[in-house]
Each structure stands twice: as C-alpha cells, then as structure tokens.
Design a protein around this ligand. Sequence first.
Ligand SMILES: [Zn+2]
Length: 262
Amino acid sequence: MHILHLSSSVALPLIADARRDGVRIIVETCPHFLTLTVEEVPDGATEFTCCPPIREAANQDTLWQGLQEGTIDCVVSDRSPCTAELKTDDFGTAWGGISSLQLGLPAIWTAARVRGRELADVARWMSTAPAALAGLAGKGAIAPGLDADFVVLAPEETFTVGPAALHHRNRVTAYAGKTLHGVVRSTWLRGVQIADAGRPTPRAACWYAPERARRGAGARGPAPTWRPTGRARRERPRRCARRPDRTRPGWSAPRARGPPRS
Ligand SMILES: [Zn+2]
C-alpha cells in the first residue's frame, strides 16, 4: 500500500499499527507539508493551496517526528504547477498545487537542519527511498556502477526566494520571500553537468530537451565540449547528436546532399 501526500499527522499511529500487523505500507509526504504552516498563510494567498491542504505548526512537528521514527519513508516533490490565472483569489476554486521541484531540496534542508537532522537524512528521504520505491536500481546512492547523479550543494549558504529566479515556466510560488539554506552550485545527471551556478548548461538543452536544441535555444552560450561515451552515447537523442555546433567559428550550413557525381 502506498500513502501519497501525507498531510495529516493523525494517520501516523494508524500506519504504525498496520505495519506492526504486517501490512506493507510505504508513506510519502511533501516539502510544503514539512515547511509551510497554515498560520503563516496571508489572506487570499492562494499560492498556498494544495491538495490535501497545508496544516497547523503542531501537525507539522508530528510529521517531522514521523520522519525521524521512520513511519514516513519518502519526501517527494508532488510538483503541481499551474498558470497564474488558475490560482484565482478564491481558495475554493484556485488550482491545488505547489511547485517544489527547484526549491524542494533547500526547503527541506532548511527545516531539517534546525531540527538537528543531517544532509544524509535528506538524501535518504528525497533520493534513496524514492529510488527504491520506483525500482530505479541505478539511482539513490553514490556508488560504483550507479548513475552519476550529483548535486553540488553549499549547505550553509543562504538565498532568498524570488519568483524571477525560478526556472519554472509559471513562476507562482508559496516560498516567495523565504530565506533558505542550501545553494545548489551544480547539477549532474548520468555524468553530464546539466546546471552550473543556477543556470542550465548548453549540454542540458541538447541532452534533455532535444526539441529546444533543434529550435536553437541550446545553440547559445559556449560551445559544448562534452562528447557522449558508453551508455550516454547509446542513449543520446539522435537528432541532437547530429546537431552542428553553430557557435564554432567558421561554421556554415551543410549543403544538401545530391545524387553522387560521376
Ligand atoms: Zn499530487
């Protein structure tokens, strides 16, 4: 049994009882339930609407206890973005969802460190446990033979969330104005650096969004020097792999191939 988006701590004793009775249960909660409280939601601030809803600070303390005791296994993004128009000013009709993909790690780390938890705990909740749940054998740990997925984090550095600095298409955020610990210096996916100093690398555009690269977005910036090898070579997007490097001096469009001349 998988319990998703656990928001109410009232369920924790029931889950613990069921586990004792031998029921196999996996439980997840989300960054917003662990970092935002209903007491701090300003009037009409529907960027805080999500489903199930954010609850009281006392409830949040018990959720953290559930994580500590292992009743809750995973912290997952529950990313549910929407356009600004869908976040109407009425809590009854506003889109229920909070975008946590970019801010989930610093938001959880900020709350975890003041509760005396370690980065290793955060990695377990946000990476190891979800990878095991999803059956992703090549992810969830740093070990020989596994995918080289890394985040280079400055854990004691802080930043203040401003919607303009978000990479979400829709920059609606319940975290606006919050000062968070944990600045992501760079991000690596399967050994490829896809973000550097808060910006996607040209290689990221080619590798993970080949349709963007074809339109030319990936052709900006410095010439990518990385060449895929091994598994990355076998799995590269074919269109992108043949994309000419337009940033190279002297590049010119290839001529159309005609019939062979005799
Ligand atoms: Zn959801």
